[in-house]
Design a protein around this ligand. Structure first.
Ligand SMILES: *Cc1c(COP(=O)(O)O)cnc(C)c1O
Length: 403
């Protein structure tokens, strides 16, 4: 690595503090090191010259490598270039942005939708735009980091309810009856456990207390529901959520981008005042074209979701047969509980030696004693790849014990 020859003009006190903190981190939790992967995202991945079965991506429908999706991006690149070098509100809006927004709204059953650079941006931009200091946000304790940050940026008051505890939520709704608006906020599918929010009861609570409901459906758009409309469709409630946020970076092609969908006044307000919509570059047209095609493909091929469900059921059953603790669920996020100490990390390392990529989640990402390996299944996995993965899990525990 290139070293700085001199540090004139650099604040040494800042660098010293960061160096000390990084040293502390390295000796306690260890530092994150990003894995460098070669080749395209798919059911297998190249790592260090090896091909691994990929149980770690959000490419649930296998559309990141879909030829139609990639062709759409290539055509858009050829016809319109890579980027627009302008914000949406100036000269950055192209026809493909409007088409993609209409297609998202149609998919989820909303009146309109607005694009952001990512769902992280969407979540940063939605709360402050819609709410003020007289309002209260009620947020599930396990909501995604971007929701937590977006709520922090808003001037509304914040109340956190225990994860999926609707009695706790109802108490907090009753306590905040003086607010102008109450907005209940939840992930549609929670990323650590793959558990699905109880939307029927949440909708009922919201209605009874005259509150609104915002669902971040990043892990569910394209995945859950007969047409891939997400968690609401899964429960027969499509189009009944006040505000929906989601990503184009997971099942819908894995490129990048986020959105907020909802009634026209919500979406129009965001276009007028939402800062991560206004003060940033417009989405690259090839990415927008890819996402537009991914949504069409995801809707036209319900077989993808059937295949995903079958693959998920198959791997869940195989892991249970091996004696692993797999909490009940249907989502392709499959938590494999390996509680205590470094067991989850050891098993993940053993899996890697067996040619399988899956990550261990340990404290502080999950509570102590809740350590697990998170497996993510794709419709693109073949029966052979899933069998190889299960066999590797079978040997990995013994390998971890011996390592
Ligand atoms: C992945 C994820 C995001 C972030 O989406 P990006 O488009 O990658 O920024 C936000 N919310 C939830 C619930 C997610 O799972």
């Amino acid at each position: 690595m290139r070293r700085l020859a001199r540090r004139d003009g650099v604040n040494v006190a800042l660098l010293d503090r960061l160096g000390t903190e990084l040293y502390g981190r390295r000796t306690t939790t260890g530092l994150r090191r990003d894995l460098v992967v070669s080749g395209a995202q798919g059911p297998t991945l190249g790592v260090d010259g090896e091909t691994l079965v990929n149980l770690a991506s959000n490419d649930y429908l296998g559309l990141a490598g879909d030829p139609e999706v990639l062709d759409a991006a290539r055509r858009a690149l050829r016809d319109g270039g890579l980027g627009v070098a302008a914000g949406r509100v100036l000269c950055g809006t192209r026809e493909v942005h409007r088409e993609l927004e209409a297609s998202i709204a149609d998919l989820v059953g909303a009146e309109d939708a607005v694009l952001y650079g990512s769902c992280f941006d969407a979540n940063l931009g939605v709360f402050d735009a819609l709410l003020g200091p007289d309002d209260v946000v009620l947020s599930d304790a396990l909501n995604h980091a971007s929701l937590i940050d977006g709520i922090r940026l808003a001037r509304a008051r914040r109340r956190v309810f225990a994860h999926a505890d609707l009695d706790d939520l109802e108490r907090r709704l009753a306590e905040s009856a003086d607010a102008r608006h109450r907005l209940i906020v939840t992930d549609g599918v929670f990323s650590m456990d793959g558990d699905v929010a109880a939307l029927p009861r949440l909708c009922e609570l919201a209605r009874r207390h005259d509150a609104a409901l915002l669902v971040d459906d990043s892990h569910a758009t394209g995945v859950l529901g007969a047409t891939g409309a997400g968690t609401a469709e899964h429960f027969g409630l499509a189009g009944r959520i006040d505000v929906l946020t989601g990503t184009l970076g997971k099942a819908l092609g894995g490129g990048a981008g986020g959105f907020v969908a909802g009634p026209r006044p919500v979406v129009e307000t965001l276009r007028q005042v939402s800062r991560p919509y206004i003060f940033t570059n417009a989405m690259s047209p090839p990415l927008a074209a890819a996402a537009l095609t991914a949504i069409r493909v995801a809707r036209e091929r319900p077989g993808l979701r059937e295949r995903l469900a079958a693959n998920t059921a198959r791997l869940r059953a195989a892991l249970r047969d091996l004696g692993y603790e797999v909490p009940p669920g249907e989502h392709p996020i499959v938590p494999v509980m390996l509680r205590g100490g470094t067991l989850a990390c050891d098993v993940a390392a053993a899996l890697r030696r067996e040619g399988v990529l899956a990550f261990a989640l340990s404290h502080p990402v999950v509570p102590l004693g809740e350590e697990r390996i998170r497996v993510q299944v794709s419709a693109a996995h073949t029966a052979d790849q899933l069998e190889l993965a299960a066999a590797a899990f079978g040997r990995a525990r013994a390998g971890a014990a011996g390592s």
